[in-house]
Design a protein. Sequence first.
Length: 254
Amino acid sequence: MRIGNVNQLNLFSTSVVAVHPTSLDTHGAGLTFHGVNAKLSTFESHTTIEPFVLVHALPRVTSEQGAVGGQTEVTFGSYYTTKLPLGFDSSGTGDLQRGSYSNDSIHAGAGIVRGGYGAKYVPWQPHLEAEYDYATGNPHTNPDRIGTYDQEYPSNHNAFGLVDLFGFQNIKQRRLNLQLTPRSNLLVLFQGGSLHAATIYDGVYSGAGTSLIAAPTSGFKSDDIGSEFDASAKYIFHKSFVTNIGVATSSPAK
């Protein structure tokens, strides 16, 4: 739904279904995911704000104490992007998660912030951007509280490097991005990042949200996960055929 010429309001409601090869699919498993998102572009010059609310419900989960119950998780926050004077720009997302997970409470959150500078009139139009990403983990200081951020249903490609090893849960990342535009249809991107656990008492997670490395009872000795360097290129042929190529190297913490 449009509000004015550029503002928008979008709503969605989804549910997992049971697949029937010979008939219409039916509601199944009880998992539901609902949301509302607004796009506001007329309140501040050169700035877009996109507030959102997401509701994720499951009928049967097991708490950390072993109690079986339902889950109702609400994620609320906003995305923004803005063009600043003198070639500077910024974008990011911040949100909090609250709700219940059987008899446990949910207290989690995440944030992404980027700040960059583009030299539009310099050859190859270099754009240098600094980025910081953060998603909470569970410090286990309160046995009735879940602190691991739920990344919902993301596309994690190149969120933490082109190797796509990690998910947006219990993680911190500092990254530099340098984009070059040798031609209008050719983009080259170099990225270097340093990855850390948000808390040493929670594990390291994959892009699918499953545990890659479980934390020992006493916690990891260090929050350092590793570092990565990526180089990629994107070529657009006649606005319709797009070719991407990239190489990545990932170094685990020592």
